[in-house]
Design a protein around this ligand. Structure first.
Ligand SMILES: C[S@@+](CC[C@H](N)C(=O)[O-])C[C@H]1O[C@@H](n2cnc3c(N)ncnc32)[C@H](O)[C@@H]1O
Length: 258
């Protein structure tokens, strides 16, 4: 499993910029301008930075890994209205009722107690504040591999990873019913194909996969298994080895209002 507290993984969630597919979808959902925003499980600050650039008055990034937070601070150092807090999503110790918007992107599959996690968001939001939760459902994860959906190949090569992946992912019903039980209103669900990264050719993709960057599921494989997976994926692109690859991930986004 990935160890978020290990120095080696410090930059694993800071090496990309948020893609326009994500920015546009969030803009469709709400107007960020002037909002006081909290990004829980902010990782390397990719989306903390994007939210600030989208016009938030202030953005706080919170994470429970000091190593990862240090990479977020470095990543966002040129943006004045961002600050960071060390804390746990289940009990942040932040003051209640101060945020217009809270984002939890790619965090809930690392959380065993969804109810406490959502209760903490509810506590932190202002009345009528909005929470945005983004993660993959088991259905999102198990979509087949293709020339854009690279992740699907992981499970074709190693079906045993499927069990690990689907057992840590919440179904949409779990997310919606937990939000409802806590008292959130106007719960909505969206699907998003988010561009993850563009590679000039398959060799660049192979190099990225071998680093496991931002792909916690690959920490379940030994180095040898990972090399075999990369060979398998390179083989899938044999017909187009010099062509650009636009990698996309399929996500579910839930929104709810306090
Ligand atoms: C997959 S990364 C996502 C990072 C960022 N949100 C993004 O989308 O790029 C998950 C992040 O959640 C953090 N995390 C996991 N469990 C947490 C918890 N209980 N409290 C705070 N942060 C947590 C990890 O340290 C890691 O930085």
């Amino acid at each position: 499993m990935i160890d978020f507290h290990n120095q080696e993984n410090r930059s694993t969630y800071s090496t990309r910029e948020a893609d326009f597919t994500w920015v546009n979808r969030i803009k469709d959902i709400c107007d960020i301008k002037g909002k006081n925003v909290l990004d829980i499980g902010c990782g390397g600050g990719i989306y903390t930075k994007a939210l600030a650039k989208m016009g938030a008055s202030a953005v706080t990034g919170l994470d429970f890994s000091e190593q990862i937070l240090s990479s977020a601070i470095e990543n966002c150092k040129d943006i004045p209205n961002i600050d960071f807090e060390f804390g746990n999503a289940l009990d942040t110790k932040l003051d209640a009722g101060q945020y217009d918007l809270i984002l939890e992107r790619a965090v809930i599959h690392h959380i065993h107690d969804l109810k406490s996690c959502f209760q903490e968001m509810f506590r932190l939001l202002k009345s009528n504040g909005l929470c945005i939760i983004q993660d993959r459902t088991p259905e999102d994860c198990l979509l087949k591999g293709s020339n854009t959906h690279i992740r699907g190949y992981f499970f074709e090569k190693y079906p045993s990873l499927m069990k690990k992946e689907t057992s840590r992912r919440y179904s949409s019903e779990d997310v919606c019913s937990t939000l409802q039980d806590i008292g959130f209103k106007h719960i909505k669900e969206y699907k998003l194909w988010e561009i993850r990264k563009i590679y000039e050719d398959v060799n660049q993709l192979a190099a990225d996969l071998l680093k496991r960057t931002g792909r916690s599921i690959l920490h379940e494989l030994t180095d040898h298994q990972l090399e075999e997976l990369v060979q398998f994926i390179v083989g899938e692109f044999a017909y187009a080895e010099n062509e650009r690859i636009i990698e996309k991930d399929r996500w579910t986004i839930w929104t709810a209002i306090k």
